[in-house]
Write a protein that binds this ligand. Sequence first.
Ligand SMILES: [Zn+2]
Ligand SMILES: [Zn+2]
Length: 255
Amino acid sequence: MVYAFFVGHWLLSVLFQSVFQHRYAAHKMYTMGPRTERVVHFLAWLVQGSSFLDPRGYAILHREHHAFSDTERDPHTPWLHQNAFSMMWKTKKRYSDLAHRRIEPEARFDGDVPSWPWLESFADAWPTRIAFGTAYSLFYFAFATHWWQLALMLPFHFVMGPVHGAIVNWCGHKYGYVNFDNGDKSRNTLPFDFVTMGELFQNNHHKYGASPDFAARWFEIDPGWQVLRVLAWARIVTVRTPQRAVYPEALPKAA
Ligand SMILES: [Zn+2]
Ligand SMILES: [Zn+2]
């Protein structure tokens, strides 16, 4: 039971992060009506719970990442950190400064993001975050069959969003294969990214920043895009046309 809850919460949480905060808030890879946007925004909060990420803070941080990928101004390149924790800590600080408007970003990174001030301040309040944490804990107290499930699995539910971010930002710019020479260190970690719903196609995504499909070659499968295709087929969203590479012309040139 706790395994199903863990896997379900993991996949839904990262799916909403990929489809709502990333592909919609930061990149506008698809459009939807204002009421649909509210429903998706609300569901993202419900699913991400204690670690819900403010779409504006996420979008600005992420647009900075694209503009400065793997340079000193990148908010989370693994190449300037000894380990993922120090990278996460720096990312967390800049994210909360942006989300709480303690720092002003460059104007080109701001704007055109879904905004729901009431929900965002409610989601960010400690009593709300603690209530989610309590609910996860009660579930584990009721259904866990081994003590280590509480010790090793439960904490992930509290910080699911940042954990997904760290996996993508660390592995996606460090491990995997390269399709395109983007002038940075972005990589495709898995040809079928079932772990983070397509987010680990960083090399493809940095090449085609506006394409809603993160897969670029025939054998690559992006689960987040498959979900968007279904939503587009059901006329819930309107997607941009995916950009796909023509091979082998797009292969990186030998240095
Ligand atoms: Zn990246
Ligand atoms: Zn992006």
